[in-house]
Design a protein around this ligand. Structure first.
Ligand code: AQP
Length: 333
């Protein structure tokens, strides 16, 4: 059986990178797999946060999943902290993860920055919890953006280490990353060498899923570019990070390759291309924002969906945790 697991952190609003790199692929894959989609709220407390804002972001991310097209009846949709098995398996896997493996994680280095000694243990151990999230459901596939590739490789290593230690070679499947589509790494609108990210201090660096039409158009108009017109072939984007990013976004939103986009817009100035890109982004994103607003207006219904999802996820998780406890040698009653 093939099963997908994936999640997003409810830290601030979701952006176009989250949508094109992950969420949109989930929507497409949900018909071919048994799928579990999680709002990974325990990951969100590895950085500074305000409890009230976190509570509201958890519901907002759940609403974004559904508004983008995730069917909460067919799939399991829930928030991580509602299923205790994530924390339980996290500890057991932490006891099988050498520190040397965690020391190699580039995301920790980026997020901790120069404050490494003040960074919290949860931020350092984040990839172990992520491995627990996936392995708890014995997921075979994990659709993510390119930035999560290293964490996925670690999850595979941890699964392998556990299986070997207890001589249960096939217990945890080694999860396969699914890095799909034209826009696996959407870049900042202000700096084409930096990933579009929720935590970037510039609002103009990203398009949020909840931005209104005027804001989307303004952010695209202000996006950094260079003075040259667009090239006619993909090779012409080399060394032009910002141009490449905008063409990639256009391609992903219109389901075209970069070559097809350049066949239409090659030779044109950015002002014309940006206008077309803004229209396209508004056409694709506005319905999602509208549906999110509608869903957020009925909090009881959203909570009902999350609660039902947590019960379904919890049943799978409990079975795994019990098996793992038995394998490890813990006594349960
Ligand atoms: N820029 C991106 N391009 C493509 N995919 C992206 N993802 C994130 N940014 C991009 C993918 O979105 C999913 C959810 O990400 P997350 O919320 O768990 O955390 P993240 O990867 O750390 O995302 P951010 O926006 O960069 O958040 P902050 O700034 O809080 O760290 C993942 O599948 C991710 O690959």
């Amino acid at each position: 059986m093939n099963r997908i697991f994936s999640g997003m952190q409810p830290t601030r609003q979701l952006h176009l990178g989250n949508y094109l790199g992950a969420l949109r692929n989930w929507v497409r894959l949900q018909h071919d797999y048994e799928a579990i989609f999680c709002v990974v709220d325990m990951h969100a407390i590895t950085i500074d946060h305000d409890p009230e804002v976190l509570r509201s972001n958890i519901r907002e991310v759940a609403a974004a999943y559904i508004a983008a097209g995730i069917d909460p009846e067919k799939n399991i949709l829930f928030n991580q902290s509602a299923v205790a098995g994530h924390a339980e398996l996290n500890w057991i896997l932490a006891c099988h993860t050498p520190l040397g493996w965690l020391n190699r994680m580039t995301q920790f280095k980026e997020k901790a920055g120069k404050q490494k000694d003040n960074a919290v243990l949860g931020l350092y151990a984040y990839p172990v919890l992520m491995a627990a999230d996936i392995l708890l459901y014995k997921a075979t596939h994990v659709p993510v953006g390119e930035d999560q590739k290293q964490h996925l490789e670690l999850a595979r290593d941890i699964a392998g280490a556990f299986n070997r230690y207890y001589k249960r070679e096939d217990y945890f499947p080694l999860p396969e990353p699914q890095i799909l589509g034209e826009a696996t790494r959407v870049m900042s609108l202000r700096d084409g060498t930096k990933k579009m990210s929720k935590s970037d201090e510039s609002e103009y660096s990203r398009i949020n899923l909840t931005d209104d039409a005027d804001t989307i158009a303004l952010k695209i108009r202000k996006a950094k570019t260079d003075p040259e017109p667009l090239p006619s072939v993909v090779e012409g984007l080399e060394g032009r990070a910002e141009a490449a990013n905008l063409v990639t976004i256009y391609g992903a939103l219109s389901d075209q390759t970069k070559a097809q986009v350049l066949a239409d817009y090659g030779g044109q100035q950015f002002s014309a291309f940006k206008g077309a890109l803004a229209d396209l982004a508004v056409a694709k994103l506005s319905p999602i924002a509208g549906e999110m607003n509608r869903l957020l207006g009925d909090r009881a219904e959203l909570d009902r969906i999350l609660q039902k999802g947590a019960e379904r996820a919890g049943a799978i998780a409990e079975k795994t945790v019990n098996e793992v406890k038995d394998i490890v040698g813990l006594v349960r009653f």
